[in-house]
Design a protein around this ligand. Sequence first.
Ligand SMILES: C[S@@+](CC[C@H](N)C(=O)[O-])C[C@H]1O[C@@H](n2cnc3c(N)ncnc32)[C@H](O)[C@@H]1O
Ligand code: SF4
Length: 467
Amino acid sequence: MLSLFYENLRRGAELQILLNPMLTILNIKSKIAQSPYQAYVYSYPHKTAYRLLTPPVYLPELWAQQDRQALFLYIHIPFCEMRCGFCNLFTTVSHNEDFISQYVRTVQRQAQRMKAVLGNASFARLAIGGGTPTQLPIQHLETILDIAENTMGARLQEIPISVEVSPETATEEKLKLLRSHSVDRVSIGVQSFIESEVLATQRRQSTIQVEATLTRIKETGFPTLNIDLIYGLPGQTVETWLQSIHTALRFQPEEIYLYPLYVRPLTGLGRTDQEWDDIRLACYRQGRSLLLSQGYTQVSMRMFQRVEQKQGSNLSPSPVYCCQADGMVGLGCGARSYTNTLHYSNEYAVGAKGISEILQAYIQTPDELFEYADYGFQLDPEEQRRRYILLSLLSYEGLNLLGYRQRFNSDVYADFPEFSELVALNLAIRDEDILQLTEFGIERSDTIGAWLFSEKVQELMQDYELK
Ligand SMILES: C[S@@+](CC[C@H](N)C(=O)[O-])C[C@H]1O[C@@H](n2cnc3c(N)ncnc32)[C@H](O)[C@@H]1O
Ligand code: SF4
């Protein structure tokens, strides 16, 4: 019963998006009156809008049409030591040494095929994420770095490299291995420094250990430390939230992500009441003010960054990766790949059974099938424009109207007349050719993002059957 309860929680963020009946029918003015926490838009379209591609797309032909000079290489490690109650990522706790070895060998096979598919390509960024990459035994972690460097040809010393770690798994030797391979950013999920708050989400974590791991990361000398924190946790108040941020600041992280908690309504942890929204909004505002007062700049609703030049960061050779325009090559089960016209991945699941089936199918994939995409979303010109707008507008740089015109040969206001509502409602301001969210707009990013989804994407997401 309890496991079903937490299974439901894990599905929270997805279901909150999928079941929100307001998504299609409200204009932005009505939507702003609703909860500010409608959908976390970290990419567009969401994976729940992906479907089987029939016939499968032959990747050498697809990638031949894509500019491949500044690609993002992403490697997904879908293993964790525990399944946190709030987490809806593609990851499993059911793994053993043998399965992990098979998984890493499969990533190697996939990489060899993809390298042949891509031909003359170069990578401007590398990220290893999950799940928890440091859950891998050290020899496998080393193999993953070796795949990036020697199979894919990423120049590790020259490009920004980010790896996600968790407090329990970031041992001294793994951290040293990462740094010796030029990893220059480590991102750690802390969520809260108040033990009772994380334990209430089924995340086993001791604050003493978290602090010891943060000290180890600092001592290993990564140029960028990112700390993830969550607000809206059970039992959390604005005061305890600020305590957590103050504790994080003691470690002088170059970046901090402040995530509002997303969970399914009516499950106990997930609340839908006005009070929960009010607490999250108060936490956001006070957390933001605190970070700004400590010299951080706000990059997006969730991301804050210390501005000074970081010693030892890998200088990205030009051209620099641009998330609105450049491609992403995903390796591993659960990783997404993006070209201008197609986003694709393996099938998606959040439940333990669905994830296990998809992982089994992944390790049994014959080499030649890695040259095809059979699950994804084709972006027509309208969807390409929406994606460009979403990714630009929701970050500090804003939407460059001239850049849009040059890229798409048309005008934002002609393509999306409803855009003028953003300025009228004080959600955005226009300064010459830049349209930027206001302070009010940034805190409503999750509403504005959901409002920008096309009807087609909204319908696909709502029809999606969560596994
Ligand atoms: C890949 S995980 C972090 C790495 C590592 N596995 C860990 O947990 O320490 C990325 C981050 O997303 C955030 N996150 C995941 N699910 C969330 C949810 N439902 N609501 C809010 N934040 C969430 C957490 O802050 C988490 O640290
Ligand atoms: S350890 Fe990280 S990725 Fe794994 S379940 Fe928890 S939050 Fe999700």
